[in-house]
Write a protein that binds this ligand. Sequence first.
Ligand code: HEC
Length: 128
Amino acid sequence: MKSQLSRMALAVGASLFVVPTAVAQTELPSGVTEEMIATGETIFKGAGICFTCHGQDAKGVPGLGADLTDTEWVHADGSYEKIVATILSGVTSSTGAVMPPKGGPPLTDDQVKAVAAYVWSLSNQPSK
Ligand code: HEC
């Protein structure tokens, strides 16, 4: 009986390890490629100046931009489409901090899509 129990515990333990891996295999939203995510990261940390308000690590700056690496969304719902829309329109936080449309710089539609893909990837990756 005792050994049967511990074997059950082992089985349960093993399945706990399997589940996160299955969840982690998030598929890219349609229209998003790995290249876009990589391009988006350089825009986020460069020409897009997103980092000035959201931080180089995108974890947010108190009083400025929100943490974009967590799964809590204030203005978007975490979907790629909503992230694109939020970046295009810009937002104002409840404390009055303003994010202008596209964060400020005149990004092209492709650049907005790429940086949105990067932001999307931050909360949709197993290692983050
Ligand atoms: C001038 C400062 C500023 C810049 C530059 C900026 N943001 Fe923001 N961002 C904000 C503020 C403020 C918010 C609202 C945060 C809140 O309500 O807590 C926000 C919110 C967001 C949200 C929604 C987060 C949510 O939880 O719903 C996304 C996505 C986002 N920014 C992406 C970007 C991207 C991508 C760039 C670069 C193209 C960028 N931001 C540049 C200030 C900025």
